[in-house]
Design a protein around this ligand. Structure first.
Ligand code: SF4
Length: 484
């Protein structure tokens, strides 16, 4: 019997779970290319792929360039309707042959599994990320979890090859309790690793919002009882199927808050483009309300109002900058302004990860910085909170600045420099704030594009030591020391 099966909820969790409602949701998702190829989709969807596009994609089926083997095709009815008037929205969900032209990339981007002490949990310093499901309502072609969603077998550091497993409630909460007990007994630091309390958990995947309310509630209750101080839900459901944020879901969240009021709850939403929530007219322009603000789709507005009106439920948007989807400063400016107006924060924009086939999606690092910087011109301070982040193996790293001119007296900087700053270290909080400075390379789409350009590497981004896989729950202090 697994730990998950043995997990017994507390009386408080049980009382909470008994009140949760689970309506059925009709997302009307289209799964795969086959319904388009066989003509089994609704009449109005028949032209979503042209017959030439379907011919080319069919010919790739079963070859190493099979687009569906790389990333399953999936789209909700709601997203299809948005796509009717928006090329960026179509590009986000529509498979193309170009995406498997160059399959270079990492099968486990950022060596995530190096930080996995139990299956389905990544423990990075004070925060844990859990894989609780391996699908979403629709699938972004650029997904940085393509290896999880397409259920690929990946090689781990210890040489074993396996699919990434899903987190189990019993195993994860056992681990949290064990880790935090040792930390509490040792004056706030884990005796072997030096890590602090594991106090924040992100429910991720895949999209937790495709699970039932009871499953989400089970995770939240169990995490709250295990001593977690803040829970995040990472979701793109507000773009794919906003009706999921209905009264039954919000009542469950209210009840959670009443039961564990000390636990912070953050909804990490994922809008890539304003076309995902603003209404377009037939000419492709956003429609203005009489008040002068841009009009939202009614279902998305309802979903957003439902979460931001809670107050205690923080809403933060984060998005990668992707070629053909949102590498557009004007669109990002509109999005940041519109989200902040309704009470959602602009948290991070990301440079795309070095996933398999990333060259089809990622824009160069310096270009991403230029687009975001350009988009924030004219925004107020609170609207322009978002930073550009790129997830290094060592931790989240801000692309802080790209200069136009040379640094006087520093040879090789004639074309300017890029300044990276480590903002969250996967291994040790002390590393925060350290910087690396490199000569510019406008072509670089990942750190290796700067390997020959390093001027100063205080953060160690270009000379890092990979931690050993956590065979005995956590890396040793020596390994973490090396990683600092
Ligand atoms: S919503 Fe997130 S996890 Fe799901 S397909 Fe898109 S990027 Fe991947």
């Amino acid at each position: 019997m697994s730990n998950a099966e043995k997990y017994v909820p507390s009386a408080r969790e049980q009382a909470f779970l008994e009140q949760v409602e689970n309506p059925r949701y009709e997302r009307l998702s289209i799964n795969g290319l086959k319904p388009f190829i066989d003509g089994r989709v609704a009449d109005e969807m028949q032209g979503f792929y042209s017959s030439d596009e379907l011919d080319v994609l069919s010919q790739l089926k079963g070859t190493e360039r099979d687009v569906e083997a790389r990333m399953p095709v999936k789209m909700t009815r709601h997203y299809f309707e948005l796509a009717q008037k928006s090329l960026p929205i179509r590009n986000l969900v529509k498979a193309t042959p170009e995406e498997t032209e160059n399959l270079v990339g990492a099968e486990d981007p950022g060596h995530q599994m190096d930080y996995s002490p139990v299956e389905g949990l990544l423990h990075k310093y004070e925060m844990g990320l859990m894989y609780v499901v391996s699908t979403c309502s629709a699938h972004c072609r650029f997904c940085y979890r393509e290896e999880l969603i397409s259920r690929k077998e990946i090689k781990r550091q210890d040489g074993t090859v396996a699919k990434k497993g899903m987190a189990q409630v019993g195993e994860v909460t056992d681990y949290i309790r064990r880790h935090n007990k040792l930390v509490a007994e040792n004056a706030g630091r884990h005796p072997d690793t030096g890590r602090e309390k594991l106090r924040e958990i992100l429910l991720s995947g895949g999209d937790p919002m495709v699970l039932s309310n009871t499953k989400i509630a089970t995770w939240m209750g169990a995490l709250a009882e295990s001593g977690i101080e803040a829970i995040r839900i990472g979701t793109k459901e507000m773009a794919f199927f906003p009706d999921r944020f209905d009264d039954a879901f919000l009542s469950m969240m209210d009840l959670f808050h009443e039961t564990w009021p000390h636990v912070g709850v953050r909804m990490m939403i994922h809008f890539n483009h304003p076309d995902e929530f603003l209404v377009l007219d037939d000419k492709g322009d956003y429609i203005e309300e009489d008040s002068g603000v841009l009009k939202w789709h009614a279902s998305t507005q309802r979903a957003m109002e439902g979460v931001v009106s809670r107050g205690w439920l923080r809403v933060e948007n984060q998005s990668p900058i992707i070629r053909g989807v949102n590498n557009d400063a004007d669109a990002l400016r509109i999005m940041q302004r519109a989200l902040k107006r309704v009470g959602a924060e602009n948290h991070y924009f990301f440079c795309g990860r070095d996933i398999i086939a990333h060259k089809a999606f990622n824009v160069p690092i310096e270009e991403a910085w230029r687009i975001l910087n350009e988009s924030q011109k004219g925004l107020s301070g609170v609207e322009a909170h978002a930073r550009l982040s790129i997830t290094h193996y060592k931790g989240k790293t801000e692309v802080s600045a790209v200069t136009e001119g040379p640094i006087p007296g520093v040879p090789g900087t004639e074309n300017g420099v890029v300044i990276f700053k480590l903002i969250r270290s996967a291994a040790a909080a002390e590393a925060r704030g350290k910087v690396s400075i490199v000569r510019r390379n406008p072509e670089a789409i990942w750190f290796d594009g700067y390997d020959d350009c390093v001027i100063a590497d205080e953060a160690g981004l270009f000379d890092y030591v990979r931690v050993e896989a956590p065979s005995s729950q956590e890396p040793s202090s020596k390994e973490l020391e090396d990683a600092r």
